[in-house]
Design a protein around this ligand. Structure first.
Ligand code: URA
Length: 438
């Protein structure tokens, strides 16, 4: 078999066989197939697409490119959750301790931020000393004793995805449904949970900007998960404006702590409760979404959720007291208000999530290459969201947190331009468009 012939086949729109896909993934992972040939294949896939069967074969080949975790020694139904990526998405930080407190063990493999989207692993590093590089033994031990653990993708868990994702990121081949589905599901299947809940985001800050594409992606991932014998559910959620108010690593952790203390923004909590209901359903706790929501609200109101988060931070090497005293977490030195453009008073019609995410990245809060160091303390806090009224010109629409004046000014301008204001009242957008369950 030759990679050249496979590229040619895909370029002409033919369907690749299971053996061909497996050959391609094995030999790309071990370095026999070079990046330039794989880049050509990825671009051919972007133009020609993949069938459901090819997507499944690709996912399984990527899953089998490395180790798989065995979580069977942890009692209970282990449920994993994954988002397709967004701006201000701190859902995992809020959901995991709630679920752990409700008796659902959370064994979570998370990623770093890339491009304009954030990643849970970066966010957690705002706790000095906290490690997400847990060995398998430690990871399992923490899930058993604390009820939750969050770790970065270990070197040999779906290594094909690690290589492919880095290549896709620099070859403009990220936003292709089969490639996203295989990337996410190969990791989820390798990380050993019994059930998977997917948060598929749509809108200008998501990889799938169009709703129909997000639905197709959700259906594809659900059918892969179920085909592999896992209970799999998905929610389609809105990413046309940032989720919650905070964008930027430490700022998002602060907002997640507030949410765990019962003071979270409405849209974030809506997404948390929707995904949490699906996780409780998958774990066999309740199929009633109202009951699930009440259980989660109770865990927050009682203070148990935030305490569990503190225990988790402590167990992974951070100082749990910082969760209860979040003012000790370092945020950037400069805090500058942003105002709507002159004469723009009225109602917020749109906030381009992609532009806010990009502004945060340019402040130093995200990386342009996989290895780049980032500044965890910078970011943006939105004072106004879609539907809110701006009553006066001196009313800030956002604050930019920066450590550099020039970058701060650039970000302020970008944030200002990300807002569209109208004089007509605007309805608050829906946060959740729908779910795929049984
Ligand atoms: N998240 C992933 O893990 N992979 C993708 O391809 C997109 C989002």
């Amino acid at each position: 078999m030759r990679m050249y012939d496979l590229i040619q086949e895909k370029k002409e729109g033919r369907v690749l066989s299971k053996e061909e896909i497996s050959y391609m993934i094995q030999n790309y992972t071990n370095g026999t197939i070079p990046d330039y040939q794989m880049a050509a294949m990825l671009m051919a896939i972007c133009f020609q697409g993949m069938t459901q069967e090819e997507t499944l074969d690709l996912t399984l080949a990527m899953r089998d490119s490395g180790d798989t975790l065995d979580l069977s020694e942890i009692p209970g139904i282990k449920v994993d959750k994954h988002s397709t990526g967004g701006v201000g998405d701190k859902t995992s930080l809020v959901l995991s301790p709630i679920l752990a407190e409700l008796g659902v063990p959370v064994a979570k493999m998370s990623g770093r931020g890339l491009g304009h989207t954030g990643g849970t692993i970066d966010k957690l590093e705002c706790f000095p000393g906290l490690s997400t590089s847990l060995g398998e033994k430690q990871f399992l031990e923490n899930v058993r004793t604390v009820g939750m653990a969050i770790a970065g993708q270990t070197a040999n868990l779906a290594p094909a995805d690690k290589k492919l994702y880095a290549l896709r990121d620099v070859t403009a081949t990220v936003a292709q449904p089969s490639l996203i589905a295989a990337s996410i599901m190969s990791k989820k299947l390798a990380s050993g949970s019994d059930a998977i809940v997917l948060d598929v985001k749509t809108g200008n800050g998501a990889f799938m900007q169009k709703y129909e594409d997000a639905v197709q992606l959700a259906q594809t991932m659900v059918s892969i998960g179920r085909g592999a014998g896992k209970t799999t559910y998905a929610a389609i959620t809105n990413m046309s404006q940032p989720l919650g108010r905070a964008v930027g690593n430490t700022l998002e952790v602060l907002e997640a702590i507030q949410a765990l203390q019962g003071d979270g923004p409405e849209d974030l909590l809506e997404v948390v409760y929707t995904l949490g209901s699906l996780m409780l359903r998958a774990a066999g706790k309740t199929c009633d979404a109202k009951e699930a929501r009440a259980m989660m609200e109770q865990v927050i109101a009682s203070g148990r959720a935030v305490d569990r988060f503190a225990k988790f931070v402590e167990a992974q090497g951070g100082d749990g007291r910082q969760v209860l005293h979040p003012e000790t977490l370092a945020v950037a030195e400069i805090k500058k208000p942003v105002y709507a453009k002159t004469g723009c008073m009225g109602y917020v019609k749109e906030i381009q999530a992609l532009d806010i995410g990009t502004a945060c990245m340019k402040l130093g809060g995200g990386r342009l290459t996989k290895e780049a160091a980032i500044d965890l303390s910078v970011g943006i806090v939105l004072e106004k969201k879609v539907g809110d009224q701006i009553c006066a010109q001196d009313e800030p629409i956002a604050y930019v947190y920066a450590n550099d004046r020039e970058r701060c000014d650039e970000a302020c301008l970008a944030v200002q331009n990300a807002f569209t204001v109208t004089d007509q009242p605007v309805e608050k957008p829906r946060c959740v468009y729908g779910c795929i369950v049984d």
